[in-house]
Design a protein around this ligand. Structure first.
Ligand SMILES: Cc1ncc(COP(=O)(O)O)c(C=O)c1O
Length: 431
């Protein structure tokens, strides 16, 4: 059997050296835990189109695509040109700027619930504020989230992320009892749990396609059932579309499901690869955070941040959404490639895997212990995660194809059918 670790070490000597330095300077050598993998991650020096290049000049076809934020690929020409123009003007104002208004006009038109918008610089902040706003509007405390749901490291939502969902995710998190957790795609069980907390339930936050939790689409009826419960009980229905927003269509996915969320969070794609988080929602709810004429006890503090609505993020977001708006065929192209990837991976791994996902997102789960379907994070966690990581590492070390080990893949407009075919062929040789 090929020794992929030796193969990797041989071709990434420069990365190995640099990572020793990185380990001295940074905790575990990284600034986002998931970016570390054994024996060490390669160190990137540049990226372009579908490719990442490491410091040893190895080229990788990238399916991680900047935490799935780069729907147009790395450094697309139009975004680069817009950013260059903006950089000429300058890159940080710390004031109201026109670029923000331009981006908001696009978002408000494409996302019906975005009657009012606030920008921050990460998805984590957006979900943190969404939770605070829900608590403030409803005057209730409990937030329900999904088992396996990932909304960033905010203390307000750092619970039941990893299977078996019973252990505390981190020390230092207070008031964990105010976060309750419900099983994805199981309406009956979810409602039983929500019912127990209905009097003090400020809101439920859900991703319409579970991203970090296994790339699993929600049943529309499940989401509708949760929404109905929220609206009956004066709790807010919060959709986290940080991964799904502008990923499958120009806009959010929720209108296609005929949902009526109160708050929607966005990020990733809407920043075009620059730092962003967006909170948007119904006017009367968002206005609750208006500081004008309200006592502190009557409103919620939402927003802030030195770099919120900075002109570079706003410019790359505006340029990206403009390209998508004028080229909606991007979606049919990447969706077709995603469907092709899922079908072919299922075929070649013949019964060994279930490939989940939707549109241009896909994830290969190596089944074990009789798992026959993946409907939630528990099903995904019971699969052979070690084997998935070995499979991804084989692609990195042997085939020049990059998935962040263990994570879902995202196809961008920079990928071609040829690329996906190469990935399938490379997968055929994994055993
Ligand atoms: C659904 C979802 N919400 C929130 C976040 C947090 O966003 P960020 O990493 O920009 O803080 C993520 C990040 O992957 C996510 O997938």
């Amino acid at each position: 059997m090929t020794d992929y670790i030796s193969e990797y070490k041989k071709k990434t000597k420069g990365s190995a050296k640099l990572f020793v330095k990185s380990l001295k300077l940074h905790v575990n050598g990284v600034s986002h835990n998931i970016r570390f993998y054994e024996p060490y991650p390669f160190v990137v020096k540049k990226s372009s189109g579908k490719n990442l290049f490491d410091v040893d000049d190895n080229k990788y076809t990238d399916y991680w695509m900047g935490h799935w934020s780069l729907i147009l690929g790395h450094g697309p020409k139009k975004i680069k040109e817009s950013l260059k123009k903006q950089i000429e003007k300058s890159w940080m104002y710390g004031t109201v700027n026109e670029q923000t208004i331009l981006l908001s006009e696009l978002i408000a038109k494409a996302v019906p619930v975005a009657e009012k918008i606030r920008y921050v610089t990460s998805g984590t902040e957006a979900t943190m504020y969404a939770v605070r706003l829900a608590r403030s509007v409803t005057r209730k405390k409990i937030i329900a989230k999904i088992d396996g749901g990932w909304h960033g490291y905010t203390s307000d939502l750092l619970k039941s992320v990893n299977w078996p969902f019973t252990e505390s995710e981190s020390s230092g998190v207070v008031n964990e009892e105010q976060i309750v957790s419900i099983p994805y795609n199981d309406l009956e069980k979810s409602l039983l749990i929500l019912e127990k907390h209905s009097k003090d339930l400020a809101g439920v936050i859900i991703e319409p396609v579970l991203g970090g939790g296994g790339c699993i689409p929600a049943d529309v009826d499940y989401l509708k059932g949760i929404q109905e419960f929220c609206h009956k009980n004066n709790s807010l229905f919060i959709l986290d579309e940080i991964v799904t927003g502008f990923r499958f269509r120009y806009g959010c996915i929720y209108p296609t499901m005929k949902l009526d969320p109160d708050i929607v969070t966005l990020g990733k794609i809407v920043g075009g690869g620059m730092a962003i988080g967006v909170m948007c929602g119904k006017k009367e709810i968002m206005e609750h955070s208006n500081t004008k004429g309200k006592k502190k006890s009557e409103r919620s503090y939402v927003g802030g941040g030195t770099f919120s609505a900075n002109p570079t993020s706003m410019t790359s977001g505006f340029a990206t959404l403009s390209v998508l708006k004028n080229n909606k065929s991007v979606y049919s192209k990447i969706d077709d490639l995603g469907q092709y990837a899922r079908k072919e991976l299922n075929k070649i791994f013949d019964g060994q895997v279930i490939v989940t996902g939707k549109g241009s997102l896909f994830m290969t789960h190596f089944v074990k212990d009789g798992i026959s379907q993946i409907r939630n994070s528990a099903d995904a966690a019971k699969c052979d995660i070690d084997r998935l990581q070995k499979y991804h590492f084989k692609l990195i070390s042997h085939d020049g194809i990059f998935f962040l080990p263990g994570k879902l893949g995202a196809i961008s407009d920079a990928h071609s059918k040829e690329d996906v075919k190469k990935m399938i062929t490379a997968s055929e040789n994994f055993s």
